[in-house]
Design a protein around this ligand. Structure first.
Ligand code: HDD
Length: 706
């Protein structure tokens, strides 16, 4: 008799030989176009379910090489995770310049308009381990590998244009302080603990970065909706040897968007893979995310006149002072085929530069150039990590006399493995190319050997204040709440007060709001500043997320909570309007099998109500029948669905019959212009139009008490 499992197996594998093993398991065997299972040595395997034993119930035999090899391989599956940026997600794509940029750089990928260069991008969080949740409050890594015709070039950047520290020698301390505390091994993927804030409060140069990490930049809605930055000042060199300084920017064509903190906390429980799933889904659906690459270009004259040192990685050059020239676009259009092979094994390095691009003396960059090669050797286990396909140049031929080592995959042929040699021709192997080869820009270098920090790096508060003042009121409120949240997790009152003493140097109102939030009894004295005079810089609207929203709902997701008897027309209208905008729709139903709509049609569920909370959606609709509303009014997860959507300032569409659910959730009397009843008079398209603003921020003051 064929049982359910066998029926399922047949459905999955087709009409091929399906066998029942001695342990009762149902499995398919090789034949037709199903390949034969083999060992690593290519030996065909007859039985993959039972070890070789002396008798049916006897001990296993040492001779079982297939078992030995299978377990050996499994025991060695893990490699060390990255010491920072352990959790990440990658995708393939291409970069394409809009025009030739030959006048500023000889870098091959920028020479010809429209020519595509393949890229691999890995986004990451910084502090958390590999298995940590995606929506930790954290900086995001934004690392891009360009496979150019002159070799691989990496921009190893972040989603924030500055960094915590000015000199790389401080990096181990910064990271130790941020990651879990060493005695207890927690907290995971959080900066809300004593060690982190102790270190911050003793590191004034980090104050501008403190403003950025306490902003909504560290809780992005998705990798697709965040900016990226190369951070350091780099140098372009053109064919005539002329140098131009450059700062790299990635501008998401999808616009910027973040979530709110309470939402982030809940998303981490509901879907710890929220960001990687979002990228995977978008690419699989053909909604390819795009970023424009931008340059801020300047010369020594500009650098000399600028208020800050262009070698100081804790400073930005505001876009309003030096506009970002958009030079091309990057499209991510292919998911990885194997997460380990590509996303885990990819190895970025700030020193991977191609002819036409060079470093500057930024002491953070110089230290990074030393670090990345080391870490790859530790992590990937062999200096031959460049042979791994994701790391190997794709558009350039590797040709040199470097050889051997663990896991050497590409071995030079022939007699010559040194140069100069006199073998000549092909046999003699490759030679230097003074014309094409990489040449460092001949910048003059002089000075005494000293462990020192330039006076031009000393102002730690002016740009911190500028960032704060560039935020909208809503965003400033989020920063105060973030600081209060993080410092409330700090157990040592002196550390809390020390952070407030720095805030006093940035903005007195912010400092007082945080002090009140912490119930500090007395306001501390402002922290002593290395440079006591703080400049009052003009606000830079480019630094606000809300001011730079997309004004479109494309690429966003609506969650529609439905019940049996849902108005079929209303639902179809909403789906159609969402599709027309380029938005995604998910149906949240009391049961995953779906609901029967008013016209008798069956609507399948994408999520069961307790697995599809509203925090997973950018906007929600609640389309219920009267019976459905009465039933869901008794269901806590349905009440959370609407009350969370309301508290997180989302736009909400609803059918008239759904009101009892809103009443039970305690929000019926507060419903505002961000909530829209759909019916014969109000078309779904007007709801989607509302959603283009992404959030109804006017509601926020009314849904916050502390
Ligand atoms: Fe770093 C990884 C970005 C400073 C040392 N870093 C790493 C990654 C990103 C950054 C995106 C992950 C790459 C990937 O996806 O594989 N790091 C930055 C930025 C910095 C920065 C934007 C400052 C502007 N980093 C920095 C310093 C040092 C390092 C100062 C050491 C002196 N970073 C590393 C590392 C990592 C790394 C330990 C860990 C894994 C890896 O390199 O491949 O070498």
């Amino acid at each position: 008799m064929v049982n359910d499992h066998e029926r399922w197996t047949k459905a999955k594998f087709g009409d091929v030989d399906v066998h029942r093993g001695q342990g009762g398991e149902v499995h398919q065997v090789a034949g037709g176009d199903v390949p034969t299972l083999t060992t690593q040595q290519g030996i065909p395997v007859a039985d993959d379910q039972n070890t070789l034993k002396a008798g049916e119930r006897g001990p296993s035999l040492l001779e079982d090489q297939h078992f030995r090899e299978k377990i050996f391989k499994f025991d060695h599956e893990r490699i060390p995770e990255r010491v920072v940026h352990a959790r990440g997600y990658g995708a393939h794509g291409y970069f394409e310049p809009y025009e030739s940029l030959a006048d500023i750089t000889s870098a091959d990928l920028f020479q010809r308009a429209g020519e595509k260069t393949p890229v691999f991008v890995r986004f990451s969080t910084v502090a958390g381990n590999k298995g940590s949740p995606d929506l930790a409050r954290d900086v995001r890594g934004f690392a891009v590998k360009f496979y150019t015709r002159e070799g691989n070039w990496d921009i190893v950047g972040n989603n924030i244009p500055i960094f915590f520290i000015q000199d790389a020698i401080k990096f181990p301390d910064l990271i130790h302080a941020a990651k879990q505390e060493p005695d207890r091994g927690f907290p995971q993927a959080q900066t809300a603990h004593d060690n982190f804030w102790d270190y911050m409060s003793l590191t004034p140069e980090a104050m501008a970065m403190v403003m950025w990490i306490m902003s909504d930049r560290t809780i992005p809605r998705s990798f697709r909706f965040m900016e990226g930055f190369g951070i350091h000042t780099f140098r372009f060199v053109n064919a005539e040897g002329k140098s131009t300084y450059v700062k790299f920017h990635w501008k998401p064509k999808q616009g910027m968007q973040s979530v709110v903190w309470n939402e982030a906390l809940k998303i981490n429980g509901a879907d710890p893979d929220f960001h990687r799933r979002d990228l995977w889904d978008a690419i699989q659906m053909g909604d390819y995310p795009e970023w424009e690459l931008g340059f801020q270009l300047f010369d020594d004259d500009f650098a000399d006149k600028f208020d800050f040192d262009i070698l100081d990685a804790t400073k930005i050059i505001p876009e309003e002072i030096l506009p970002v020239k958009r030079v091309g676009k990057m499209v991510l259009d292919r998911c990885v085929e194997n997460f380990f092979a590509e996303t885990e094994q990819v190895a970025f390095h700030t020193a991977n530069l191609v002819p036409g691009i060079d470093h500057t003396n930024d002491p953070l960059l110089q230290g990074r150039n030393f670090s990345y090669l080391d870490t790859q050797l530790k992590r990937l286990g062999s200096p031959n990590f460049t042979h791994i396909p994701v790391n190997a140049p794709r558009n350039a031929t590797v040709c040199n006399f470097q050889q051997d080592g663990h896991m050497a995959m590409h071995n030079p042929k022939g007699r010559a493995n040194y140069e100069p040699n006199s073998w000549g021709g092909e046999m003699g192997g490759p030679r230097e190319n003074p014309e094409r080869g990489f040449k460092s820009y001949p910048a003059e270098v002089a000075g005494e050997k000293r462990r020192a920090r330039a006076e031009s790096f000393a102002d730690h508060y002016s740009q911190a204040r500028q960032f704060y003042l560039s935020q909208t009121e809503v965003e400033q409120g989020h920063m105060a709440l973030a600081l209060t949240f993080e410092l409330s997790k700090v157990e040592t009152p002196a550390i809390r007060a020390r952070v407030v003493s720095h805030l006093l140097n940035i903005d007195e109102d912010l400092a007082k709001t945080v002090a009140r939030g912490l119930r500090l009894e007395t306001l501390p004295d402002p922290a002593p500043a290395a440079r006591p005079t703080r400049m009052d810089l003009k606000a830079s609207p480019a630094l606000s997320i809300i001011l730079n929203g997309p004004e479109s709902f494309k690429g966003r997701k609506i969650g529609i909570l439905v019940s049996d008897g849902v108005d079929a027309k209303l639902l179809a209208g909403l789906k159609k309007a969402a599709k027309a905008e380029g938005a995604m729709v998910e149906i949240v139903a009391p049961m995953i099998g779906g609901v029967t709509a008013s016209d008798g049609s069956m609507i399948e569920g994408d999520e069961k109500v307790d697995g599809g909370p509203s925090v997973l959606y950018d906007a929600v609709a609640v389309l219920l029948s009267a019976d459905g509303a009465a039933m869901l009014a008794k269901e806590p997860t349905a009440k959370d669905f609407v009350s969370d959507a309301f508290a997180h300032c989302k736009f909400i569409a609803y059918s008239k019959e759904a009101m009892p659910l809103f009443e039970k959730a305690g929000i019926a009397s507060d419903m505002d212009e961000g909530c829209l009843e759909l019916g014969p008079k109000t078309k779904a398209a007007s709801f989607i139009e509302m959603c283009r603003k992404l959030r109804h921020w006017d509601r926020e003051p009314k849904v916050k008490a502390v």
